[in-house]
Design a binder for this molecule. Structure first.
Ligand code: EPS
Length: 381
């Protein structure tokens, strides 16, 4: 299974193609649209989100609510394109001057992209923009629906924003609050402080990053493989997570703390439970050992840096005059951590779905389900 996306932030639309999706998989456009709505939410979002109302168009590969096995083509329109049509036009008539960027923003792809591609900064920032993640959420949502039909659950929460940490309790009440929270945190005290931190950041022309966590529940042991470097599940998840704009680090389970402890306080003792198979007394490994899922929940954390566009900009160099000036200010978000969480859940869904199909190759969802159920039965023997 593979996918490709195309589209600029202020271009006409975002497009995507998924190839290799088994036939006979239930696909709900409403579920995709709901995921897109979730991605647009969050208290730190800027003016753009008031313009967009993301909605997917399913162009091919789905008929009567079921995948056909043919490539699935998708589109999401950029409403803001109306305001950019002359600037983003593909022909000679394009206005290449009025939104030209000569003062690259530190922390953004602006400067390095312009040097590498020998092109104007706008051509870089239009594609580097996190707008592109709308399509990745749509694509992830399609495969997530298949995973959900197999019983796999993916959930996430924000652990910290701008240095304010949520107190995490792995209990039903915490997760109920996460669902209701605009920050995607289950700790109301932290939520309040995050709001205050956001107000202060906005007033100071600053931006905020944070820490995010995604969990994958009810995955069997044996996804991924130890035999080759590029088949390891944690490696693939890390790549997918770090491909999301502004992500600077990823860890699993105990994460970096594992390097601080003695081995006996890191590794998870193995137990056997009749009817459940092999289980662990703890989950410090974050559900992955030897590049394979071990049957415990997969738990990964990621760190997101603050968005590079600052309303109180840092110094940069003017690309023509080489003078030190202030970086350009593009309209932007102050904090997009809750939105990024939705993106992470969906890129993780893609990697898990790929790993499922690698373990259980199938042209139809029925075939996949049969192999999946037989394997689950074998695991608890
Ligand atoms: C982004 C800048 C802002 C964000 C955008 C990412 O867009 P604009 O330049 O139009 O104000 O809102 O995010 C999205 C459009 C989105 O859908 O997430 C950037 O420079 O990366």
């Amino acid at each position: 299974m593979r996918f490709l996306t195309a589209g600029e932030s202020h271009g006409q639309k975002l497009v995507g193609i998924i190839e290799g999706l088994p036939s006979g998989m239930k696909i709900s456009k409403e579920s995709v649209d709901e995921a897109l709505r979730q991605r647009q939410r969050g208290p730190g979002r800027g003016g753009r989100m008031a313009i967009e109302q993301d909605e997917v168009q399913l162009i091919s590969g789905v008929r009567g609510g079921l995948s056909t096995g043919a490539p699935v083509a998708l589109e999401i329109l950029n409403r803001d394109w109306e305001n950019w049509a002359s600037i983003m036009a593909w022909g000679d008539e394009a206005d290449l001057e009025s939104r030209k960027v000569m003062t690259p923003r530190p922390g953004h792809a602006d400067l390095t992209g312009a040097l590498k591609y020998r092109t104007e900064v706008r051509n870089i920032l239009e594609r580097a923009s996190a707008r592109e993640t709308a399509m990745r959420v749509a694509i992830g949502s399609i495969v997530r629906q298949g995973l959900s039909a197999l019983g796999v659950e993916i959930r996430g929460h924000v652990r910290a924003v701008g240095g304010v940490h949520a107190e995490y309790k792995d209990e039903a009440d915490y997760w109920r609050r996460v669902k209701q929270s605009e920050w995607s945190v289950g700790d109301p005290v932290a939520e309040q402080k995050m709001g205050e931190r956001l107000l202060a950041a906005r007033e100071q022309g600053e931006s905020l990053g944070g820490l995010l966590e995604v969990q994958v529940l009810k995955v069997p042991a044996g996804l991924g493989s130890h035999v080759q470097w590029d088949r390891k599940l944690d490696g693939k998840l890390a790549q997918a997570v770090l491909s999301v704009q502004a992500m600077k680090g990823v860890s699993f389970g105990l994460g970096f703390e594992a390097g601080e402890r003695m081995g006996s306080l890191v590794h998870d003792p193995i137990h056997y439970h009749q009817g459940q198979g092999f289980r662990r007394g703890s989950n410090h490994a974050g559900g992955i050992e030897g590049g394979m899922s071990n049957g415990e929940p997969i738990v990964l954390q990621a760190v997101m840096k603050p968005i590079p566009t600052l309303y109180q900009p840092l110094d940069t160099v003017h690309l023509e005059t080489k003078e030190v000036v202030k970086a350009s200010v593009e309209r932007s978000d102050v904090c997009a951590v809750p939105a990024a969480l939705v993106v992470l859940e969906h890129v993780v869904a893609w990697v898990i779905a790929e790993a499922v199909l690698e373990k259980f190759p199938a042209d139809s969802f029925k075939e996949l389900q049969t192999a999946w159920e037989a394997y689950q039965a074998y695991l608890i023997l």
